[in-house]
Write a protein that binds this ligand. Structure first.
Ligand SMILES: NC(=O)c1ccc[n+]([C@@H]2O[C@H](COP(=O)([O-])OP(=O)(O)OC[C@H]3O[C@@H](n4cnc5c(N)ncnc54)[C@H](OP(=O)(O)O)[C@@H]3O)[C@@H](O)[C@H]2O)c1
Length: 258
């Protein structure tokens, strides 16, 4: 078998024996990512605020659930401590907790701004901090943050400037951490999905003209399913991407090309 063939068929995409945390793993893209990590052999913990949804998803996909609110640093630290107490190590972390806001800036209250930025960017900060504290002493770990194509484009027709800026922050924070931790064994990358069928887009998708406009602006002619995003998470989490850090993988059906 050639080197190239063994790279595809071999164990590079496997995560057997590894422990993964998926923040925001109870639903949507995080759930699909968690399920794919389970399939790749990892022991997976999902985390989020809703106990009922978290527990149910965990049972359905063969993961464990940890309660966690990314806007509360103590809650994030506690969840990672509980994971370490039970599993002994943290190898992979996916940070996907996020919230949206479809509002024009001139109509946005301070509390709404704070909620979006503190969840989408502040949450990634608190998660990366806690996860790195678990990974750095072992000199080993992989972090995958979920940004968005909105880090690059200005979505239209809906107004979502604060969301877009919060995702651009995630993108550049990811690159910065990749450099800060490169010589200490932690790789940090992000993924940037385009429009995806999840609860986050449910209201917009229920407006036929809006969904039609999203589809029309996408060269592939449709939006994504969460499962179509999950492969990039497994790739970035696995040894297959051992020379990749500070990179963002965009999965947008070509949206940025037109
Ligand atoms: N759907 C899209 O079109 C799209 C496109 C690009 C990027 N994204 C990003 O993908 C990520 C996942 O979103 P999704 O589309 O899969 O929507 P989703 O199903 O609503 O998932 C969001 C997840 O974040 C968790 N979460 C929200 N606030 C939290 C908090 N304060 N603390 C802990 N967990 C919190 C939620 O769980 P709890 O409510 O139980 O806490 C939920 O599981 C987000 O970062 C989103 O911005 C989505």
């Amino acid at each position: 078998m050639s080197v190239a063939t063994s790279a595809v068929r071999g164990p590079q995409f496997r995560l057997d024996g590894q422990v993964a945390l998926v923040v925001g793993g109870a639903s949507g893209i995080g759930r699909a990512g968690a399920q794919a990590l389970v399939a790749a052999g990892a022991r997976v913990y999902i985390a989020g605020r809703r106990l009922d949804v978290g527990r149910q998803t965990a049972e359905e996909i063969g993961a464990r659930y940890l309660p966690l609110d990314v806007t509360d640093g103590a809650s994030v630290d506690r969840a990672v401590a509980d994971l370490l107490a039970e599993a002994g190590q943290l190898d992979v972390a996916v940070n996907g907790a996020g919230t949206g806001l479809n509002k024009a800036t001139e109509e946005t209250a301070d509390e709404e701004f704070a909620m979006v930025v503190d969840t989408n960017f502040g949450g990634v900060f608190r998660c990366c901090r806690a996860e790195a504290r678990a990974m750095l002493p072992r000199g080993h770990g992989v972090i995958v943050n979920i940004a968005s194509m909105s880090a690059y484009v200005v979505n239209h027709p809906q107004r979502q400037a604060i969301y877009n800026a919060s995702k651009a922050a995630v993108l550049h924070y990811t690159r910065s951490l990749a450099v800060e931790w490169a010589d200490r064994g932690i790789r940090v990358n992000s993924i940037s999905p385009g429009y995806t069928e999840t609860a986050l887009t449910a209201v917009s998708r229920s407006i036929p003209e809006r969904l039609a406009s999203w589809n029309a602006k996408t060269p592939l002619g449709r939006i994504a399913t969460p499962e179509e995003i999950a492969g990039a998470i497994v790739y970035l989490a696995s040894p297959a991407s051992s020379f990749v850090t500070g990179t963002d993988i965009v999965l947008d059906g070509g949206y940025r090309l037109w």
